[in-house]
Design a protein around this ligand. Sequence first.
Ligand code: ASP
Length: 378
Amino acid sequence: MHRTSRFRAVIFDNLINFRLKSINMKNLLLLFSLICLISCNDANQSTQDYVQEDSEKNTKNDSVQNFGIVIHGGAGTILKENMSDSLEQAYKDKLEEAIKTGHEILANGGTALEAVQRTINVMEDSPLFNAGKGAVFTNEGKNELDSSIMDGKTLNAGAAAGVTNVRNPINLAYEVMTNSEHVLLSGKGAEEFAKEQGLEIVDPEYFYTENRFKAMERARERAKEKSNKTAFYDPFVKDEKFGTVGCAALDKNGNLAAGTSTGGMSNKKYNRIGDAPIIGAGTYANNKTVAISSTGWGEYFIRGVVAYDISAMMEYKRVSLKEATHEVIQNKQPELGGSGGIIAIDNKGNVSMEFNTAGMYRATMNANGDLEIGIYEE
Ligand code: ASP
């Protein structure tokens, strides 16, 4: 029997006994205490959640309604020695612009869902990231975009895979969630739906960037030396693809949301779809626990059901966000062979930016306006 029901049954038995006894002062006091116990127990149940306090990163401030936001712009072999000062500054500026966009929405009482979408739009419109404008190329020289979004309050979710002409795929994921009966649409059908919803459709040429095209050509050349089965898992290819974008946010109403948008992996074939549009792998949000966006080698993130695994560890094992993200990214994923990272915010505003690669473009901002931007391992 559930703990609460068992508790109620014991109390009920006591009340029955009570009726059979004579009414005196002692029994009246007993009745009063039993009624108090029932109401306290119910109050405890309704406020119970699954998040452990994490004092180090807890952004909670009693004088301010708590909220927060965290983003990533992809994880991979991002090394300081390979980065020019101006490129590093360009990444930092764009991360700051993106996170401030979402932070302002949250500070003004906007929803976590809106903050996630608008923040991701900023990164999708930049050629710096492997999403929207800066998407990587497939083996056939095309761009096939994946995205997803999830609402932690309702567990509603929307996703799109393999679209070639939608300027902002995260907006398509949002439309799938709010204006369709489905969770995941793909290819031509998804593009038709995007058009029907009035989203901005662009010529596929819009996604052309010289450096991403050259990266794909390098990966394609290199893949020729390998068998069809091992080419995709070549670490060289892995390093050509980082830059997926994602965002997780907690709004002033205590609602969580997360979203992810990507071009996938460079030189991908056969309409390959990664973890980004897979709810539970690339994106997950649940008000009971946490909102998460993943980035990394999608095949491993799908197999590890990474985002949901972190939430489940928090819900079932009652571990903190920090412990859950560390276990999944530093232990479980490497054991499987996976590399990458996640950004996450729990329902108390604790933030995690965990990665097992040399770097991850990332930023976070709390209710007090404290901004933290990072690229390399610190
Ligand atoms: N996870 C993405 C994918 O596998 C790529 C990335 O995050 O860099 O499609």
